[in-house]
Design a protein around this ligand. Structure first.
Ligand SMILES: [Zn+2]
Length: 165
C-alpha cells in the first residue's frame, strides 16, 4: 500500500489528519498528523508537509491523465528556478541585472532561482516577459478528478491554494 503523502510503499498505514485532510500515511509521515501531537518535540514542518501534499496532487493528476477527459490549466513549471537562471544567463545578466530590469529586489530574484519562493502568476509573467522564457505551462487537468475530490470531501485543493498566498 502506498503512503498517501509521500507515496512510499509500506505494509502499515496510519490514518492521520493533516491540514484538515484525512490521509493514510506511512510511519514517517504520521508524525505530521494534527492528531499526533503527544510529546510534540518535533513540530510538523509546514514546508515539508506542503511539498509532500503537492507531490501527492501531482501523482493523483498524472495517474489519470491518460484515461480521463482532459482540460488545460496553467501551472508553474517545476524547474522554474532553472529556467530563470538559464534565461538570465542567455542574456548575459547577473541576478543583479535581472532584478534591476524588473525593478525588483535582488533577494527576491535569488530566492526564486533557489526555489525558496514560488513566484505568483504576476511575478512569473513578468519574468517570462523580461527574459523571453516560458515559466507557466498548460498542463492537462482531469475534470473528473475535481469531482472525485469533492465527493470524498477533501479540502486539499483549498488548503494548497490558501497556503500559497
Ligand atoms: Zn509517507
Amino acid at each position: 500500500m502506498p503512503c498517501e503523502l509521500c507515496g512510499k510503499a509500506t505494509d502499515k498505514l496510519t490514518t492521520v489528519r493533516i491540514e484538515g485532510t484525512m490521509l493514510k500515511v506511512c510511519s514517517d509521515c504520521a508524525k505530521f498528523g494534527d492528531n499526533v501531537k503527544a510529546g510534540g518535540k518535533d513540530a510538523p514542518n509546514r514546508v515539508v508537509i506542503q511539498s509532500r501534499l503537492e507531490n501527492r496532487e501531482r501523482r493523483m493528476k498524472t495517474k489519470d491523465v491518460y484515461t480521463q477527459e482532459e482540460q488545460q490549466v496553467e501551472e508553474l513549471a517545476d524547474d522554474y528556478g532553472e529556467r530563470i537562471r538559464k534565461g538570465r544567463e542567455a542574456k548575459g545578466w547577473k541576478q543583479e541585472d535581472l532584478a534591476h530590469q524588473m525593478n525588483e529586489r535582488l533577494s527576491l530574484i535569488q530566492k526564486v532561482e533557489r526555489h525558496d519562493i514560488k513566484p505568483d502568476d504576476i511575478l512569473a509573467k513578468k519574468i517570462e516577459k523580461t527574459l523571453g522564457i516560458v515559466l507557466i505551462e498548460k498542463v492537462p487537468l482531469v475534470k473528473t478528478e475535481k469531482q472525485a475530490v469533492a465527493n470524498r470531501g477533501l479540502t486539499l485543493e483549498d488548503f494548497i491554494k490558501s497556503s500559497k498566498k
